[in-house]
Design a protein around this ligand. Sequence first.
Ligand code: GMT
Length: 376
Amino acid sequence: MRIGIACWPTYGGSGAVATELGVALADHGHEVHFVSYAPPFRLDAVRRDITFHPVSVSAYPLFRYPPYDLALASRLAEVAEEHRLDLFHVHYAIPHAAAAHLAREMLGDAAPALVVTLHGTDITVVGTDPAYRRTTQFVLDRADGVTSVSRWLAEETVKVFAPQAPIRVVPNFVDLDRFRPACPDGLHDRLAAPGESVLMHVSNFRPVKRIEDVVRVFALVAAVRPCRLVLVGDGPERPRAEEEARRLGVARGVTFLGERDEVESLLPGADVLLLPSESESFGLAALEAMACGVPVVGTRTGGLPELVEDGVSGHLCEVGDYRCMAAFVGGLLADPPRHRALREAARARASLFGRTEAVRRYEECYAEAMGKRRGS
Ligand code: GMT
């Protein structure tokens, strides 16, 4: 098939999933076209079956808000026509699904089928915002297929939007060959001093991630065990994390690594991944850590319980209960045989989320969407 993928190209789960999926689809014989304002951050493959098409938005004095959605719609229509696309697969409903719908209107009978993958805040925050709610409803009803990355997100979507077609749950996936437990020689020593454990957090530092709780957990654990906090990523909450670390007197124990493309070469150096989010529709960072044999300690929220088996491959506490998370981490690090057992269980759990199965499920969804398109 010839597939056009629209996604956010910046650091974030939806762009990561869209990119990894595009590469996996190309490995499976499909021709893939990414359409966005920049190359997706994880797109490092150079191959003839994957093309990137930039969307440029021109400035004009009248435009207080340059209309990216319209530029994206035009570009999607051009790419679909030029490359005879069979299907648009858009990730994150707003504005991608609306732009794809408009592109299809431009293309008439030749329009590709449309599959929309919901990732989380596109429904729970942006989609329910009165400014976008009606548009979100409209595009969900017009798509040939809608998928969500967890059962929880599918249920939330049905509660709010009750879309006309059923939502197919396709959980996120991980490349198990790239994300592996093997810790490269010297990595742990580069991240922490000898004898120190490494607590890691990977995110785009938005308020929903509750970075201050990451720091609070670390401060409590550091009071009883030698350890270091490694923060991977960047975003609006970084100053809050710095402030909290200063306030708790642990600033010197925290390393900010900034945005990194090579998370798979950092995660194996962690002893625990902290993910104390307010809400997490799936938790791709958790899955990637687990694939590297790193237990996840986080919150019982959203789709995380569908991934992390409490007490087996990690531990989940109530949102905001950083004391509960710290108590578990402290206990785990003090008990090496148990820590090893959780590491193994984390990897075993992650192996159920391999990319072959995800590609199969998306292909099924594409076939159904194309059938629906032909019938309409
Ligand atoms: O950051 C993004 O690209 C999207 C973001 C969001 O807020 O919607 O992440 C979501 O999508 C990821 C990939 O499917 C999930 O693993 C994250 O759990 C989810 N984030 C939230 O629900 C907060």
